[in-house]
Design a protein around this ligand. Structure first.
Ligand code: GLC
Ligand code: CA
Length: 554
């Protein structure tokens, strides 16, 4: 297995709108990020992934770009960006940009031209079809509710939008579109950025047939042969010329398909974000329905990805991001055992084989939020789904609010909690979305000063990664597969073994060391409780306890 800087480092995702506001307009910005680079340095991460900072009308908070070569005015200017890049590089922090090229904003000049007439030079930059029987061309649904097709009366045709109707899908079959995208990528890479996170990249090539072609309207026909052809072109024309990191967001991709994206000899991407573990138990209503978490299922999925990608691929490891609820609320216990379970979850993810991603605030154990009123929510997916479910009577208001409390994306988008001053120190103005009311007890200022905090635990985890090669490169092996409360696994490299045990419950299950594990010496590397014995054969784990031992093989 080849070694790389992005395999040995930890990524920190910033959602700029909610990170730090420098000028009091209530919206986080680039100067705010610059002001907090030392905070990230202290934490020890090596790579920053910035959610989109390009010019945008913000229908989907920047995931709808109207100019790829300009900065969103609320976030600052190109000079601010240059400064951010310089200041980050000075501190040895890399900057990875979000690349949103499945679609643009409908306010992008390409689309404004495209919709003008059927023979406009930009017409084929987008996906236009005639209607069918007085309705849309087929039954594809948008991920943000309703049809994926929007009628445009100007030319009496429909355009495709897999997300909101202001996120118009680019036509990747058109070589001019690919050239524009590749040129734009080079333009940013030549400024010195260190890579791309590619938004819904698995969706760029679609097979569109006339009429309904899917029983479930939320499935899109992806043409995987063409996705890979486009990524190979992108790689040979752009990516391969730079020492960068790439990670593709790939909904619907299983580990065998993932190997095609990230296999070392495939010349496409370095990593993908998989969705299997964050969709555990989702039923027909997807994220808005009832879903039951099962640790056994979680172990099965994570282990499958670890095993399939072991030889030729590389995993990205995450429990939360700007589209997911807060990990401690979802997989842990955000009341009685908030600190313990946040640390346990971090241990579980950071000790696996792959590159760990920390989503802003996760390192503080920030939690989900419950706004009483739907009007306090800002996320387009949430608002559309509320309208859809409540409007059609499929759910009562109360049921829908409960679903939003569990899975809504705004859980992760409330302002970063810096200190206990008003608005959690995020802004001197009125924040664009309300602050979580628990900021007085959960904030960076308190946690930095508290040795036993979640923040300082993350620091230790990251520091361990730098010290022990086995954490990046050791082979993963699941043990105690059938245990319903404990997630335990080994990592193996040369004559060392790492033993990781994580109790996912508020009970005290017993950990029994499998008999075939022989050792002569062990060292406790980290734990979220005080441990005062060297005994590892039998351990009664405390609620959400996590321990990592380094074992020297005989
Ligand atoms: C990705 C982004 C999400 C966005 C969507 C459309 O899933 O992570 O935030 O809404 O793509 O761009
Ligand atoms: Ca601002």
């Amino acid at each position: 297995m080849k070694k790389s800087w992005w395999k040995e480092s930890v990524v920190y995702q910033i959602y700029p709108r909610s990170f730090k506001d420098s000028n009091g307009d209530g919206i986080g910005d680039l100067q705010g990020i610059i002001a907090e680079l030392d905070y990230l340095k202290k934490l020890g991460v090596g790579i920053i992934w910035l959610s989109p900072i390009y010019k945008s009308p913000n229908d989907d908070n920047g995931y709808d770009i109207s100019d790829y070569k300009d900065i969103m005015k609320e976030f600052g200017t190109m000079e601010d960006f240059q400064l951010l890049l310089e200041e980050a590089h000075k501190r040895n922090l890399k900057i990875v940009m979000d690349l949103v090229v499945n679609h643009t904003s409908d306010e992008h000049k390409w689309f404004k031209e495209s919709r003008k007439s059927k023979n406009n030079k930009y017409r084929d930059y987008y996906i236009w079809r005639n209607g069918k029987n007085g309705g849309p061309p087929n039954n594809w649904g948008s991920y943000f509710s309703g049809s994926a097709w929007e009628y445009d009366k100007n030319t009496d045709m429909y355009y495709l939008h897999l997300f909101s109707k202001k996120q118009t899908d680019l036509n990747w079959e058109n070589p001019e579109v690919r050239k524009e995208v590749f040129d734009m990528m080079k333009w940013w890479l030549d400024k010195g950025i260190d890579g791309f996170r590619m938004d819904v990249i698995s969706l760029i090539a679609k097979d569109i047939e006339d009429g309904d072609d899917k029983p479930n309207s939320n499935e899109v026909n992806i043409n995987s042969a063409r996705v890979h052809r486009y990524l190979k072109d992108m790689n040979s024309e752009v990516l391969s010329h730079y020492d960068i990191m790439t990670v593709g967001e790939t909904p619907g991709v299983n580990p065998y398909e993932a190997l095609k994206f990230v296999g070392e000899n495939r010349n496409e991407l370095n990593m993908v974000f998989q969705f299997e573990h964050v969709g555990i138990g989702d039923g027909e209503e997807g994220k808005w329905g009832k879903s039951e978490f099962s640790l056994k299922e979680f172990k099965r999925i994570m282990s499958k990805w670890e095993n399939v990608l072991e030889e030729e691929g590389w995993n990205s490891l995450y429990l939360s991001n700007h589209d997911q609820p807060r990990s401690v609320s979802r997989f842990g216990n955000d009341t009685e055992y908030r600190v313990e379970s946040a640390k346990m979850l971090a241990t579980c993810i950071h000790m696996m084989k792959g590159t760990p991603y920390i989503y802003q605030g996760e390192e503080l154990g920030m939690t989900n939020v419950k706004f009483e009123n739907i009007y306090d929510y800002r996320d387009i997916e949430t608002i559309n789904a509320y309208r859809d479910y409540v409007g059609s009577g499929r759910k009562s208001k109360e049921e829908m609010m409960e679903a939003i409390y569990k899975r809504g994306r705004d859980n992760a988008r409330t302002p970063f909690q810096w200190d206990d001053s008003s608005n959690a120190g995020f802004t001197k103005g009125i924040p664009w979305i309300k602050v979580n009311s628990n900021y007085k007890s959960i904030n960076a200022k308190i946690e930095i000063g508290d040795e036993a905090s979640v923040f300082n635990y993350y620091r230790k985890l990251i520091a361990l990664r730098k010290k022990h090669e086995i954490i990046a490169y050791g082979k993963y092996e699941l043990i105690l597969e059938e245990d319903e409360n404990i997630y335990a696994y080994l990592r193996k490299l040369n004559n060392e073994t790492l033993l990781v045990m994580c109790n996912f419950s508020d009970k005290s299950p017993q950990f029994d060391l499998p008999e075939d594990i022989k050792y002569n010496k062990n060292e406790l590397l980290i734990s979220n409780y005080n441990v005062d014995s060297y005994e590892i054969e039998k351990i009664k784990l405390r609620p959400y306890e996590a321990r990592v031992y380094l074992i020297n093989n005989m």
